[in-house]
Design a protein around this ligand. Structure first.
Ligand code: NAG
Ligand code: NAG
Ligand code: NAG
Ligand code: NAG
Ligand code: NAG
Length: 494
C-alpha cells in the first residue's frame, strides 16, 4: 500500500511553503519545490488579491432537508466498541446544478448535548480530509486499530465537551464529490469558503435543534485559511441580512497557515534553533528567498535544496516523533496507547475504503471512480490562496468573537516561531504576559493574552496534529476555550 506518489495536488503544492498537511510518507520531500507553485513567476495560484466573499443567489441556497437527519443516523460502525454516543454521517448538497455534495460526520456530546455548543472542525491541505485526520486520528471518539478493521475508544474525544461536526471539504476531498469534473479545477480559498457556508446553512436545516446554538469553528494547518475565511463569510451574510443566520461565537486555529511571510521566516528560524539545519543555511535562505516577490532566484532554489537534505529523514510535523517503519496491517490489533501510532494513516486508509464501513457511513453512494484518500488525488488545481488572514482576525476581535490560536511546540512545519511572528504583526497590546498554563498537574504549555482577548497558547510536546500527540492537553485547551475562561496559570494551579 504505497500511496507516496498518490497525490497530484500534493506534489503540485506539496511543498510550496504554504501548504501543509501531514502524512507520514507524503511529506517526505517537504520544501523541495519551495515557492515553485505559489511563488513562482508563472504561478497560476492567485495569492495577490484579497479574499472576497462570493455572493449567493438567495433562492438557490436552501434545499429541503426533510427526513434526511434520521437517514443519516449511524447505527454502529463496523468494529466499533460499544459506546453510547449518537453519530450521524451523510451528504449535504451544496450545488444542485453541478451535483456537488459534501460529506460530514457528526458526533454529539456524551452528556448535555442539548446545551453544549456546536463545534465545526476542519483540516487543511488544501485537499486533506477532516474525517480521516481530525475525526479518526485526532479528536474524534474512535481511532482505528492496526488491523484496519476495528476501532478503539479515544477517551479524550472532544465530544466530551461539545457536539462535533467534521466536514470533508472542498469537493474532491475524501467522500465529498462533484458530478461536474470541472469543479476539481476551480477549487480555491474563495470557493471553499462559499461552499462551506452553503454546507453549514443546509446542515442546520437538517439539524434544526442546532440552529441557534453557539457555534465555534476550529481547525489546523491550512485550515488557518479555511476557518477565518468561513467565519468572515458568516459575519458578512449575517450583516447583510441584518440578523443572525449563523450564531458564530469564536474560532480556534492550531499550527495554522495565516501569514505567508512570517510563516516562512518562522519555519527556518525554528529549524535552525532546533538544530535541524545550520544557522548559515537559514540565513542564506531568508536572504535569498523573497516571499513577497513572484521571483524565485537560483540562489533561493539552491538554498532550499541545501536544507532539504537535512529534512529528508525526520517527520517535520513532529520533529521528535518516530516515523512509520512498516505500513502493513496486522492480523490482530497491536496493543496501543492513545498517542497516535506513526503508521495510523495506513490503518485509517484501509478502514475507510471498506465497503461495509462506507455503507455504515452512508458514504460513496454514487460509486466514485477513485478510492478514499487522506489527501485528495482528484483536485487538480488550487486557484487562489490569499497571502494573509490577519485582517480577519482583527475583524473578529472587533466583533467580540473569541479568537484563540494554539501551537504544538514540536511541529517544524508551521511552528510556534511562525505563529509568534504572525501574531506580533497584529501589534496588539499585551493583556496577560506570557506564562505557563497547567493541566493534569503539569505545564501543558505557555500562553499570552492580548487586548481584545486574543489568546495565543502553546501545547507542550505536541506536533502539528496537537490532539494526536497530546490528547489530554488538547482536551483541556478546548474545554477552557469553550468555557471562555483563561487557561490556568501557576497561581490558579497552586
Ligand atoms: C450525482 O450523480 C448521481 C448519478 O446520476 C446522482 O445519483 C447524484 O444524486 C448526483 N449528486 C448530486 C449532488 O446531485
Ligand atoms: C478510557 O477510560 C476507561 C475508564 O476510565 C479506561 O478503562 C480505559 O483504559 C481508558 N482508555 C484509554 C485508551 O485511555
Ligand atoms: C526576476 O529576477 C530576474 C533576475 O534578477 C529579473 O531579471 C527579472 O526581471 C525578475 N522578474 C520579476 C517578475 O520580478
Ligand atoms: C466508491 O465505491 C467504489 C465501488 O463502488 C470503489 O471502487 C471506490 O474506491 C469508492 N470510492 C470512495 C471515494 O470511497
Ligand atoms: C475579554 O474577556 C473578559 C473576561 O472574560 C471580559 O470581561 C471582556 O468583556 C472581554 N473583552 C472583550 C473585548 O471581548
Amino acid at each position: 500500500m504505497d500511496r507516496e506518489n498518490s497525490s497530484f495536488l500534493l506534489s503540485f503544492f506539496i511543498l510550496s511553503l504554504l501548504v501543509t498537511e501531514i502524512h507520514g510518507n507524503r511529506q517526505g520531500e517537504a520544501l523541495n519545490n519551495l515557492h515553485k507553485s505559489k511563488f513562482r513567476a508563472s504561478s497560476q495560484i492567485d495569492h495577490k488579491s484579497e479574499f472576497e466573499v462570493q455572493e449567493l443567489a438567495d433562492d438557490s441556497i436552501l434545499h429541503s432537508q426533510k427526513g434526511l437527519k434520521e437517514k443519516d443516523r449511524i447505527v454502529r460502525l463496523p468494529g466499533q466498541p460499544l459506546v453510547s454516543v449518537s453519530q450521524y454521517a451523510g451528504y449535504v448538497t451544496v450545488d444542485n446544478f453541478a451535483g456537488r455534495a459534501f460529506f460530514y460526520y457528526f458526533v454529539e456530546a456524551k452528556h448535555s448535548k442539548e446545551t453544549r455548543p456546536l463545534l465545526l472542525w476542519l483540516n487543511g491541505g488544501p485537499g486533506c480530509s477532516s474525517f480521516g485526520y481530525g475525526a479518526m486520528q485526532e479528536l474524534g471518539p474512535f481511532r482505528v486499530n492496526s488491523d484496519g478493521k476495528t476501532l478503539y475508544k479515544n477517551n479524550y474525544s472532544w465530544n466530551n465537551v461539545a457536539n462535533v461536526l467534521f466536514l470533508e471539504s472542498p469537493a474532491g476531498v475524501g467522500f465529498s464529490y462533484s458530478n461536474s469534473s470541472s469543479d476539481y479545477k476551480t477549487n480555491g480559498d474563495k470557493k471553499t469558503a462559499a461552499d462551506n457556508y452553503l454546507f453549514l446553512v443546509n446542515w442546520l436545516e437538517r439539524f434544526p435543534e442546532y440552529k441557534n446554538r453557539d457555534l465555534y469553528i476550529a481547525g489546523e494547518s491550512y485550515a488557518g485559511h479555511y476557518v477565518p475565511q468561513l467565519a468572515h463569510t458568516i459575519l458578512h451574510h449575517n450583516k447583510k441580512a441584518t440578523k443572525t443566520i449563523i450564531n458564530l461565537k469564536g474560532i480556534l486555529i492550531g499550527n495554522a497557515v495565516i501569514n505567508d511571510e512570517t510563516d516562512s521566516t518562522g519555519m527556518y528560524d525554528y529549524l535552525a534553533s532546533h538544530a535541524i539545519i545550520s544557522d548559515k543555511a537559514a540565513y542564506a535562505l531568508n536572504k535569498a528567498c523573497d516571499i513577497s516577490s513572484d521571483n524565485i532566484t537560483s540562489e533561493c532554489e539552491a538554498a532550499v535544496n541545501e536544507i532539504q537534505k537535512d529534512l529528508d529523514y525526520i517527520d517535520l510535523y513532529n520533529i521528535y516523533a518516530p516515523t512509520c517503519k512498516n505500513t502493513d496491517l496486522t492480523a490482530l490489533p497491536k496493543k496501543t496507547g492513545i498517542v497516535t501510532d506513526p503508521c495510523s494513516e495506513n490503518y485509517v486508509y484501509a478502514y475507510l475504503n471498506r465497503r461495509d464501513v462506507q455503507e455504515a457511513l452512508h458514504a460513496n453512494v454514487t460509486s466514485l471512480k477513485y478510492d478514499w484518500e487522506p489527501c485528495s488525488n482528484v483536485i487538480e488545481k488550487w486557484v487562489d490562496s490569499s497571502s494573509t488572514v490577519l485582517p480577519f482576525l482583527h475583524e473578529f476581535l472587533k466583533n467580540s468573537l473569541r479568537v484563540w490560536i494554539f501551537s504544538g511546540d514540536v511541529d517544524g512545519r508551521v511552528p510556534i516561531t511562525s505563529t509568534k511572528y504572525s501574531v506580533n504583526k497584529m501589534k496588539l497590546p499585551i493583556k496577560t504576559v506570557w506564562h505557563p498554563w497547567f493541566a493534569h498537574g503539569e505545564v501543558a504549555g505557555y500562553v499570552e493574552v492580548y487586548e481584545g482577548n486574543l489568546t495565543l497558547a502553546t501545547v507542550r510536546d505536541a506536533g502539528h496534529q496537537v490532539p494526536s500527540y497530546q490528547p489530554a492537553r488538547a482536551l483541556s485547551l478546548i474545554k477552557y476555550f469553550l468555557d471562555g475562561t483563561p487557561l490556568p496559570g501557576p497561581r490558579r494551579h497552586a
